[in-house]
Ligand binder design. Structure first.
Ligand code: ATP
Length: 218
């Protein structure tokens, strides 16, 4: 990582994949430049925030020209490690886990679910798409041999901490995308992003009811 990348604030870093996806589509359709207003409309982030975000990566839009799509794409690809494949494992092949295994993450970025784990003997040994499902007994050894750095957790909340402890003490896992409602304790070297779909839905319903005309606060 170079110094420029380290200076990017976390809130900006979180928006990078969103920008990246949109710019890639623009690039594929042959567009070479884009204004902050166009970007703002497409990604639903206000244009002042976009200008500030982009200034962190040295992309200074020119008045009447906008931003150079190729320059931004090269930067994003480098920053988001798009040239390097991140290997992901999924633990818990229930309804949500199965949906993720069927979803092609490679479409938009360079991450791939390589293997999956479950305790259900009816699922172990099967494949969903091209992803094999292994027993939890093989968790540590497979995570190490497959060089997995990211885990998606779609197991019941009650077992989430126990499985997390297994993953974080003996493997090279650096990040966990936690879809369980459990709040996980992890060593400081591990990063957890928590997505509780029930909470997100409830929060959307609350905002619709109480702030029906407001735009999203980013
Ligand atoms: P299903 O309908 O297949 O049971 P679900 O999403 O409704 O799925 P959950 O109870 O949330 O069911 O379990 C999700 C998956 O996690 C299941 O496939 C279950 O076998 C698996 N699972 C449960 N405990 C563990 C564990 N300790 N380690 C790994 N997988 C587990």
């Amino acid at each position: 990582m170079n110094e420029e990348i380290i200076k990017i604030p976390q809130a900006t870093a979180k928006r990078l994949p969103l920008y990246y996806r949109f710019l890639r589509n623009l690039h594929n359709s042959g567009k070479q430049r884009v204004s902050s207003a166009e970007l703002s409309e497409a990604v639903k982030v206000d244009s002042a925030t976009i200008r500030r975000d982009f200034s962190y990566f040295g992309a200074l839009g020119k008045k009447g020209y906008g931003y150079n799509v190729n320059y931004l794409l090269t930067f994003f690809r480098k920053t988001l490690d798009q040239d390097e494949l991140t290997k992901v494992a999924l633990i818990g092949v229930g309804n949500l886990g199965t949906a993720f295994l069927n979803y092609n993450f490679m479409k938009n970025n360079n991450t791939k679910i390589e293997i999956a784990f479950d305790i259900d003997p009816n699922k172990v040994g099967k494949k969903i798409g091209d992803v094999s499902i292994y027993s939890l007994e093989e968790l540590e050894t497979r995570l190490i041999s497959e060089d997995i750095s990211v885990i998606i957790l779609t197991i019941p909340a009650e077992v989430a901490q126990r499985v997390t402890d297994q993953v974080t003490t003996k493997t090279n896992v650096k990040g966990i995308l936690n879809f369980t409602p459990a709040r996980l304790n992890v060593p400081s070297s591990i990063r957890v992003h928590h997505i509780d779909l029930a909470v997100e839905l409830q929060s959307l319903v609350y905002f619709l009811k109480h702030y029906p005309n407001d735009t999203e606060i980013s």
